[in-house]
Design a protein around this ligand. Structure first.
Ligand code: PLP
Length: 530
C-alpha cells in the first residue's frame, strides 16, 4: 500500500516504523484537505452563503464518516484536537459532578489517560485507583480489576491497546464490570482505531477517545465519542460561540451535543481530513488491514524470538507495536537505525509509571507498523539490530566506512564510544562544594554532578548516573576538560556557545534531538555551580 502514501515517493528508502507515534497520510486524505482550502473554503455553521453551506456539509459529512467507522451516530461524535483533548474534555466535564468515590485507571496508561484523572481526582477529593499488570507484565490483572472497581467507582478509564506493550485489553469485560457497579467507562482508543475494528456499542464504551493523526488522518483533530444519554447529561467544560442556543448577559442555553462541546471555530480542514481517513479505512476494511498487519506481526515475532541479546516486551497476542530492550541505550539504537533510514521511537513513550514502576525500565525502543509497512521494512530492522548486537555500534559501520563521516570524525566517533564504555571520573566525591542532579525527561537520562570549587576554579569534578552513549561520553569528556577551569567562564557557556563547546568536544555533528543528550552534562555542571 506504499503507493497510496506520497511520503514513500519522496523518501523511497524510508522504513517508517513509528506509526504508533503518528501514521503517514494517504493521497486521499491530503487531497481532501487541499481541495477544501482550494475550492470551497469557508467557516462552518451559520454562514448564509454558498461556500459556508458547502463547508458545513463537508464538515458534518466527516462526522458521519467517523460515526460510521465506530458504529455510532453523528450526534455522538465530538470533534476535539486529539485523544489528549478528548480525555481532558471528559474528565473536566465529569469529575466536578462527583463529590465522593473513586476513579479507576490502569498502570499501562499513556500520560494522556492518567494526568487528567490524577489532577482532577485530587482536586475533587476522589481516590485514584490503578489496576496493575499480571506478574508476567504483559496484561491487566483482571482479578485485581474486580477487587478495585466497586460501588463507589465513578469512572473506569483505560486504554484499548497499550502504546508500549501492544496488549489488547479486554474492553468488553472491563466495561461489563464497571457497568455492574454503575461506573462510566472511558476507553482510550488512540492505539486501536487504525488497527482493530472498533464498535463502541459492542465494546460497551460510554466514551471513546482517539486522534486523527494515528489513523492516517491529519494532526490537530480527534474525537470524543460519547453515548447520547451521557452526552445529554454532561456539561461543556469550555465555552464560547457556536455551542449556544440563546445567550443573555446573565444566562446561556446550550445547544445539543455534539455542538454543545465544540465552542469556537473548529478545525474544519482537520475534520474533513479525518472524515476522509475514516473513509479510507472503511474502503480498505478492517479485515484486510488486520490480515496484512497480523501477517507482519507473526513474522516479526518469529524474528524477534531468534534475535539474541534483545528482549521483546508484551504478549504474543498483540497489535503491531514491538517495544524492546537490549544492552544499549534506546537513543543510541534509534540514531544507529536512523542512519540507515529506519525510523523508530526511543524513550518512555509517555508512559512513565508503566516504564519506571511496573517494568523497571528508564526507556525502551519501539518499532510499530501500519497498513503501508512491508516485510522488507521489518527485515531491515532485524538486520540492523543484529549488526548492533554484534558490533555494539554507536554508529553504522557501513556508513562510517563509506565516508559519511570524515577520517577525523571517525576517530572522534571511536573516542565517544570509548568514553561511553569507560567513562572518566564516574565516581563519588566525598565532600563536594556542590552536587546537582538533572534529567532528560525524554529518555530518562540522569546525571548527578559533584564539584569541588577552590578560588573560583574547578578543583575536582565527578559524576554518577546513567544515560545514552552521547550523554555519558559528553559528561566524561567534560570532567576532563573542565578541571581547573574558571567557574565564571563555564557559566557563560549558554545557548549557541554551550552547543558549540560540547559539539567541538564530541567532534561529530549532533542532531537537534541528541543535542539534549549532549548538553545534559554541561547543564548539570552549570546548575551545580549556580
Ligand atoms: N493514548 C495513547 C495510548 C497514545 O498512544 C497516545 C499517543 O501516543 C495518546 C493517548 C495521546 O494522543 P495525542 O497526542 O494524539 O493526543
Amino acid at each position: 500500500m506504499k503507493e497510496l502514501f506520497p511520503i514513500f515517493k519522496a523518501n523511497p528508502d524510508l522504513a517508517y516504523l513509528d506509526t504508533a507515534a503518528s501514521s503517514q497520510k494517504p493521497d486521499k486524505v491530503l487531497d481532501a484537505i487541499l481541495e477544501f482550502y482550494e475550492d470551497g473554503y469557508s467557516n462552518v455553521h451559520r454562514a448564509i452563503h454558498r461556500l459556508g453551506e458547502q463547508a458545513t456539509e463537508r464538515y458534518e459529512n466527516a462526522r458521519e464518516s467517523v460515526a460510521k467507522l465506530i458504529n455510532a451516530s453523528p450526534e455522538e461524535i465530538i470533534f476535539t484536537s486529539g485523544t489528549t483533548a478528548s480525555i481532558n474534555l471528559a474528565a473536566r466535564s465529569l469529575i466536578p459532578t462527583f463529590d465522593s468515590g473513586n476513579i479507576v485507571i490502569t498502570t499501562m496508561e499513556h500520560h494522556a489517560n492518567l494526568i487528567p484523572w490524577q489532577q482532577l481526582a485530587h482536586k475533587q477529593g476522589l481516590e485514584l485507583r490503578t489496576i496493575p499488570l499480571t506478574e508476567n507484565k504483559q496484561m491487566l490483572d483482571m482479578e485485581k480489576a474486580r477487587e478495585l472497581i466497586d460501588n463507589d467507582t465513578r469512572i473506569v478509564a483505560f486504554t484499548h491497546v497499550s502504546n508500549v506493550l501492544g496488549t489488547i485489553n479486554p474492553v468488553k469485560e472491563l466495561a461489563g464490570i464497571a457497568h455492574q457497579h454503575g461506573a462510566i467507562v472511558l476507553v482510550d482508543g488512540a492505539q486501536a482505531i487504525a488497527h482493530l475494528p472498533v464498535d463502541v456499542k459492542e465494546l460497551g464504551a460510554d466514551l471513546y477517545a482517539f486522534s486523527g493523526h494515528k489513523m492516517y488522518g491529519p494532526t490537530g483533530i480527534g474525537v470524543l465519542y460519547g453515548n447520547k444519554d451521557l452526552l445529554d447529561r454532561m456539561e461543556p467544560p469550555s465555552w464560547g460561540g457556536e455551542q449556544v442556543e440563546k445567550v443573555t448577559i446573565k444566562q446561556t442555553t446550550f445547544t445539543k451535543p455534539p455542538h454543545k462541546f465544540e465552542p469556537g471555530t473548529p478545525n474544519i480542514a482537520g475534520a474533513i481530513g479525518l472524515g476522509s481517513a475514516a473513509e479510507f479505512i472503511l474502503e480498505i476494511g478492517y479485515e484486510k488491514m488486520q490480515e496484512h498487519e497480523n501477517k507482519l506481526i507473526k513474522r516479526l515475532l518469529g524474528q524477534f524470538e531468534k534475535l539474541e541479546g534483545v528482549t521483546l516486551l508484551g504478549p504474543k497476542e498483540r497489535t503491531g507495536i514491538f517495544t524492546f530492550t537490549m544492552d544499549a541505550h534506546p537513543h543510541d539504537i534509534a540514531e544507529f537505525l536512523d542512519k540507515q533510514d529506519i525510523a523508530i521511537r526511543a524513550g518512555h513513550h509517555c508512559a512513565e509509571p508503566l516504564h519506571c514502576q511496573e517494568l523497571g525500565l528508564d526507556a525502551s525502543t519501539r518499532a510499530s507498523i501500519g497498513i503501508y509497512t512491508e516485510k522488507e521494512d521489518l527485515d531491515r530492522l532485524i538486520e540492523a539490530l543484529e549488526i548492533y548486537v554484534k558490533t555494539g555500534g554507536v554508529f553504522n559501520p557501513d556508513q562510517v566506512g563509506e565516508g559519511n563521516l570524515s577520517e577525523e570524525q571517525i576517530l572522534h566517533a571511536e573516542n565517544i564510544r570509548e568514553h561511553a564504555r569507560k567513562p572518566r571520573n564516574k565516581r563519588i566525591i566525598p565532600e563536594p562544594t556542590a552536587t546537582k542532579m538533572e534529567r532528560n525527561p525524554f529518555c530518562g537520562d540522569e546525571l548527578e554532578v559533584s564539584v569541588i570549587v577552590d578560588e573560583g576554579k574547578i578543583k575536582d569534578i565527578a559524576f554518577q548516573g546513567k544515560g545514552c552513549a552521547i550523554s555519558q561520553a559528553a559528561m566524561s569528556m567534560l570532567t576532563k576538560k573542565l578541571q581547573g577551569k574558571k567557574t565564571d567562564e563555564i557559566l557563560t557557556l549558554s545557548g549557541e556557545k554551550g552547543r558549540e563547546y560540547v559539539t567541538s568536544l564530541l567532534g561529530i555533528p549532533i542532531g537537534p534531538v541528541r543535542m539534549k543528550c549532549a548538553l545534559l552534562g554541561l547543564r548539570t555542571v552549570q546548575e551545580a555551580l549556580r
